[in-house]
Design a protein around this ligand. Structure first.
Ligand SMILES: Nc1ncnc2c1ncn2[C@@H]1O[C@H](COP(=O)(O)OP(=O)(O)O)[C@@H](O)[C@H]1O
Ligand SMILES: [Mg+2]
Length: 374
């Protein structure tokens, strides 16, 4: 009999995956590594995931002393078990919060421990340890670092240009004609606007990602909103025959956040004009939502080059840009976030002419006091 096996009996658990005749042991199904040590500090349970995370085979761990089975060290090289001393130390302690520790060979694990006492301030009866690999956390850290690098890069190029041009103006003011000065200032102005826009978009993204986007619903006439946007674009100098609007009536009610609807339409129309070509067709029509409710569908298609088949899965991701026509690559990510915050969805496809075709749907979204007819 191994020293550990008597404690297993006392503990009432077998370390194996399935107890004969009983249901499979739940500890084996835990997504985290689980290690349990008894009152004497010997390992009585070591699930399969613990073996996977630590690389220590189960039969070597079970029955061994906790500090031998898991010779953990903190990042400064201090041995973890003598340092935390679960069985000694203050009797008020209930465990250890999750920490990043190292195993021999440099393997990183996230470790948390609970000290189980029969009575408050009594002796420790069991130490229960959870172990998690660090890959998932690393992955998020890496993608955060990438995001910061991209943002820094996006901010740096317009700021470098602003700095360069203002420096040139300040040092060589006398040498430029008024027209040249105007041209330089226009460039500075455009770059400054780009930075402002980028920051506004980043703030939107942080709200979307944090789930803090507030949708203030009120009745919205989306056909009228489309008309306003088209009018705005033609007022900016685009020929009116670049736009064709078709509205399929009767449209269901739509309760939505008018500012966000404007942002969605503004982005899609701007993209169609900037990245697409030819006539931009905007269709507004009633549709059914997946849950059987009524909804509104808006389709924006153009006659430009469209989006290559292999990129269609990526157009809604942050910073994805197909062309280098001055955009930030955040527009469609934000559009998707705004549509989804309304309970709708958006897809991209190909227009009959081969151009890009974006279609989003929005549910009626009426507040409960309206649907209940009060
Ligand atoms: N109507 C369109 N036609 C062709 N390509 C498009 C269209 N709309 C978007 N795209 C592509 O999708 C990319 C991402 O769009 P978006 O997120 O709005 O970023 P941005 O407009 O700032 O580049 C664009 O860079 C462009 O390559
Ligand atoms: Mg855009």
């Amino acid at each position: 009999m191994t020293p550990g096996s008597s404690h297993e009996a006392a503990d009432g658990h077998a370390p194996s995956a399935a107890r004969p005749g009983g249901p499979p042991c739940v500890a084996e199904e835990l997504p985290d590594g689980l290690v349990v040590a008894d009152a004497e500090g010997r390992v009585v349970r070591f699930n399969a995931q613990a073996a996977r995370v630590t690389g220590v085979p189960r039969d070597r761990a079970v029955g061994a002393r906790l500090e031998d089975a898991l010779p953990l060290e903190d990042l400064k090289g201090n041995r973890w078990w003598p340092l935390t001393d679960p069985y000694g130390g203050l009797a008020t302690r209930t465990g250890q919060p999750e920490r990043n520790l190292l195993l021999p060979g440099g393997r990183e694990v996230l470790v948390a421990a609970r000290y189980v006492r029969d009575v408050p301030l009594g002796p420790v009866r069991r130490v229960v340890v959870t172990l998690r690999g660090t890959e998932a956390r690393r992955r998020t850290e890496r993608s955060n670092a990438e995001l910061i690098a991209t943002v820094a890069h996006e901010l740096r190029s317009p700021l470098t240009s602003v700095q360069g041009f203002t420096h040139t103006l300040l040092t060589k003011w006398e040498r430029f004609t008024d027209d040249q000065k105007r041209l330089i200032l226009e460039t500075v102005d455009a770059d400054a606007k780009r930075v402002t826009r980028l920051i506004a978009e980043l703030l939107d993204i942080s709200r979307i990602d944090a789930g803090r986007l507030e949708v203030r619903r009120q009745p919205v006439d989306i056909a009228a909103a489309v008309g306003r946007h088209v009018h705005g674009l033609t007022a900016r100098g685009l020929p009116p025959d670049r736009f064709f609007v078709r509205v399929g009536r009767p449209l269901p009610d739509l309760w939505a956040d008018p500012d966000k609807i404007d942002q969605i339409l503004g982005n899609l129309l701007e993209n169609a004009v900037r990245h697409g070509a030819g006539t931009v067709t905007i269709e507004v029509a009633p549709t059914g939502m997946p849950d059987g409710e009524k909804g509104t569908a808006v389709t924006v298609s153009d006659e430009g080059p469209g989006i290559p088949e292999e990129s269609m899965g990526r157009v809604f991701t942050r910073f994805w840009r197909g062309s280098t026509r001055g955009g930030t690559g955040l527009g469609l990510y934000i559009v998707k976030g705004l549509v989804e915050a309304h309970g709708g969805s958006i897809t991209v496809g190909r227009a009959p002419s081969g151009g890009a075709r974006f279609r989003f749907t929005l549910p009626v979204g009426a507040p409960a006091y309206v649907t209940q007819g009060i």
